[in-house]
Design a protein around this ligand. Structure first.
Ligand SMILES: NC(=O)c1ccc[n+]([C@@H]2O[C@H](COP(=O)([O-])OP(=O)(O)OC[C@H]3O[C@@H](n4cnc5c(N)ncnc54)[C@H](OP(=O)(O)O)[C@@H]3O)[C@@H](O)[C@H]2O)c1
Length: 298
């Protein structure tokens, strides 16, 4: 089986490639990188791996020929461009490249919880737009709607290590949210890719991917304390303060989308209410404390 990961440099793409290359069925894997300097050494040395230069923003650079299956990820945008228009462009490019290749039987798209909604989810609107474009891009289409990446908490390491505290935008502090480890996302996407040709119950086939359980801010604090061996203070950012909080680190348009996304999974938000639930939920096995341990290099 020949599988292409486009783009290959996101951490989720890397995790999927790692699982695919370790699989006993021995698939060959092509990774599309906009910058070939980003190809990890562990992949370069593998004879079943090929890295090619390409950008999802430029159709002419996307070569999916010979691929039986494709894993697609929508890269996040941190500049002034319209995220929805950008998601539409890069998804249309991938869809056209799949049609042109003619060999692709299955597309697996790494999506997000809340991608079924066309409003009220901020940055997740990019995943919604991608799902709209990609729903019929190949004979078999799978959308893996992931929970909050456990690795997002790595942004807290700086204040923890310098001053013994972290900010949390997950409030109230006992509100539990589905979270998932990147290595479990990679493993799930890999297994869906390797199942190409096995009949799906329907297409697009959609499921949510959560960790072994949902976690609260207090659980995050406990994980940081357990791994660091120190008392760690939590500084909650209330819902009303999300706009200012994100505006301190992102350009205004991006900050607005992040604040809306964050509010969408707090009480009153559309993901909290979830009027159109996805239905099927699958669970990864990695606990939050294991991911925190990896962050600390412990
Ligand atoms: N974070 C969460 O909690 C969460 C939850 C659910 C779903 N998601 C979804 O997951 C996706 C993000 O995945 P991620 O966190 O794995 O991303 P990531 O690690 O932040 O990686 C983004 C990568 O995209 C690459 N890239 C950007 N523009 C590109 C282009 N034009 N062509 C090719 N590559 C390009 C960048 O490549 P370079 O290395 O060259 O810079 C970078 O490595 C998003 O669609 C997001 O909505 C995230």
């Amino acid at each position: 089986m020949h599988i292409t990961v486009v783009p290959a440099s996101p951490k989720t793409g890397q995790a999927a490639i790692r699982t695919l290359l370790a699989d006993p069925s021995g698939p060959t894997v092509r990774g599309v990188y906009r910058d070939l300097a980003k190809v990890p050494a562990e992949f370069k040395s593998n004879p079943r791996f090929e890295a090619v230069q390409g950008s999802v923003e430029e159709l002419s650079t996307l070569d999916l020929s010979g691929s039986d299956a494709v894993l697609n990820i929508t890269p996040p945008l941190y500049d002034k461009r319209d995220v929805v228009a950008h998601a539409r462009l890069v998804s249309e490019n991938v869809k056209t490249a799949i049609k042109k290749a003619g060999s692709v039987k299955r597309l697996v798209y790494l999506s997000s919880g809340g991608a079924q909604y066309d409003h009220g989810t901020g940055e997740i609107l990019s995943n919604h737009e991608a799902e709209v474009v990609l729903k019929d891009a190949a004979p078999e289409v799978v959308f893996v709607r992931c929970g909050y990446f456990m690795e997002n908490w790595a942004t807290s390491l700086e204040t923890i290590q310098q001053a013994g505290f972290f900010y949390t935008t997950l409030t109230p502090l006992d509100h539990a949210l589905p979270m998932i480890a990147v290595q479990d996302i990679g493993a799930t996407c890999a297994s869906e890719l390797l199942a190409t040709g096995n009949p799906l119950p329907r297409t697009p086939y959609i499921f949510e991917l959560h960790g072994p359980r949902a976690y609260t801010s207090v659980d995050v604090q406990k994980a940081f304390e357990e791994v660091s061996g120190k008392k760690i203070e939590m500084r909650p950012v209330e819902k009303a303060g999300l706009g200012d909080f994100y505006a301190a680190v992102f350009p205004p348009t991006v900050a607005k989308l992040f604040a809306e996304m964050n509010a969408s999974f707090l009480e009153g938000g559309i993901m909290y209410e979830d009027p159109q639930p996805t239905g099927e939920i699958r669970r990864g096995k990695t606990e939050l404390v294991e991911v925190v341990r990896q962050m600390f290099g412990a």
